[in-house]
Unconditional design. Structure first.
Length: 275
């Protein structure tokens, strides 16, 4: 199914491409219904994390009601909060506090019956050395151990080359961990999508659809380095049947809904006219 990243139907927050739309999150459900979207991916920032409606019983009840009223499902969330404050880059009590934050996010996702929590291991959340990799694995083992087979799957977003990423994810059990494939990020890094899909297609659970310049920023779909028709064809050819979350560039004219609908329609055409 083709969905959208929360906030893409609202004005940018503080000039950022992506942030939780605190003043507009309720309206986005109605706007999504009006424009023919039935799937939204939630986003969480570290700043104000515990006040996000996703994290509170009252907010969760309202989210459930909005989903029912407008026919807009929330099946995944991107935990930018983790990227902004990764526990494996902290020490002692600070590391425990950050891991506790991630645990609360996962618990909230389970309460709302989400399938996936996206863990961005990019930018400030990038693994920089073997010690950080070991701390990440140790912390996540502590996190998912009590969950067993219950709760949402944790899916990583990476900036690693294909072979290195395939080796990394092979160390994590597939029933609890997977990959969020970001088309624009891979294009910006110059990765070959043929090599990526061949290396780890079976571990991809969610796809972010965006375009970026080679070594540069996010741009409208079709204006960057991503060969989007090729990538979508490769994914479908490899048997990918999950969601496609539009996370493309913001509208410069303020017509956020119009831009998102145009992006959605282009993705639909590239997929052969199906969602």
């Amino acid at each position: 199914m083709i969905g959208f990243m929360q906030g893409r139907l609202s004005p940018p927050v503080g000039g950022r491409i992506q942030a939780f739309p605190a003043d507009h999150w309720r309206e986005e459900f109605a706007l999504a219904e009006r424009h023919g979207f039935s799937l939204m991916e939630w986003t969480l920032d570290h700043d104000g994390l515990d006040d996000n409606p996703f994290m509170t019983p009252t907010g969760q009840a309202e989210i459930r009601d909005l989903q029912r009223r407008h026919g807009v499902a929330v099946r995944s969330l991107t935990a930018d909060s983790f990227m902004q404050a990764p526990f494996f880059k902290a020490e002692g009590a600070a590391a425990d506090d950050r891991l506790g934050e991630l645990r609360r996010v996962v618990d909230a996702a389970a309460e709302l019956d989400l399938r996936y929590v996206v863990i961005p291991l990019v930018d400030s959340g990038r693994i920089e050395n073997p010690l950080q990799a070991a701390r990440l694995r140790e912390g996540l083992d502590r996190l998912v151990g009590p969950l067993g087979s219950e709760g949402p799957k944790l899916i990583f977003e990476f900036d690693l080359p294909p072979a290195e990423l395939a080796r990394f994810i092979a160390e994590y059990p597939p029933e609890r961990f997977g990959i969020n494939y970001d088309i624009g990020n891979s294009a910006s890094l110059g990765h070959d999508p043929r090599a990526e899909i061949a290396a780890y297609a079976g571990r991809i659970d969610n796809v972010h659809v965006k375009d970026r310049l080679l070594g540069g920023t996010t741009v409208p779909l079709g204006q960057g380095a991503a060969d989007l028709p090729l990538v979508l064809r490769l994914l479908r050819g490899a048997g990918y049947g999950g969601d496609f979350i539009v996370q493309a560039a913001r509208a410069v004219d303020g017509d956020h809904a119009g831009a998102l609908c145009r992006y959605r329609d282009r993705v639909r055409a590239w997929l052969g006219g199906t969602d």
